[in-house]
Design a protein around this ligand. Structure first.
Ligand code: 4NP
Length: 157
């Protein structure tokens, strides 16, 4: 059975496209591409249609990860479509959960903070790098790299 994974952040130009790129790289390395469908989305609409932020693209490329997705806004149908929805921070978590209608509260269990999978980091949230410096982009990739390794392990059990 193919599992469908959606990564979500605010703008869909920094953190969630990076998560999508890392996930794709890892399943390729582990020869698991046929078992997953992966996508990303933002809770906001400001950057819809845009490539990821140039700073994130450059930082990811320096680690061999090319980010080519176009930003889109999450919609209610995504809650049905995807099996696992991994968000970057608690604002994203609240925004995604606010899309849940009263009659579909079982959806709650498929929406999680991505860092809940991390065994190394004490952080709950992937910090938004948009208004910060280069270190912030490196930090995002470090945090996501660790958490996504654990996420994939948990999904193939
Ligand atoms: P992201 O970062 O949620 O990781 O894509 C941001 C991108 C854009 C903005 C904020 C965060 N913005 O305010 O436009």
């Amino acid at each position: 059975m193919v599992k469908k994974i959606l990564f979500v952040c605010l703008g869909n130009i920094c953190r969630s496209p990076a998560a999508e790129g890392i996930f794709n790289q890892k399943i390729k390395e582990r020869d698991l591409e046929n078992f997953f469908v992966v996508d990303s989305a933002g809770t906001g609409s400001w950057h819809v249609g845009n490539l990821p932020d140039q700073r994130m693209r450059t930082t990811a490329l320096s680690r061999g990860i090319e980010l080519t997705s176009r930003a889109r806004q999450i919609e209610e149908n995504d809650l049905y479509e995807f099996d696992h929805i991994l968000v970057m921070d608690k604002d994203n978590l609240n925004a995604v959960k606010s899309l849940i209608k009263d009659d579909m509260h079982t959806m709650n269990s498929k929406i999680k903070l991505i860092l809940s999978y991390s065994k190394k980091s004490q952080l709950d949230e992937v910090p938004d790098p948009y208004y910060g410096g280069q270190n912030g982009f490196e930090k995002v990739l470090d945090l996501l790299n660790d958490a996504i390794e654990e996420l994939i392990d948990s999904l193939i059990d």
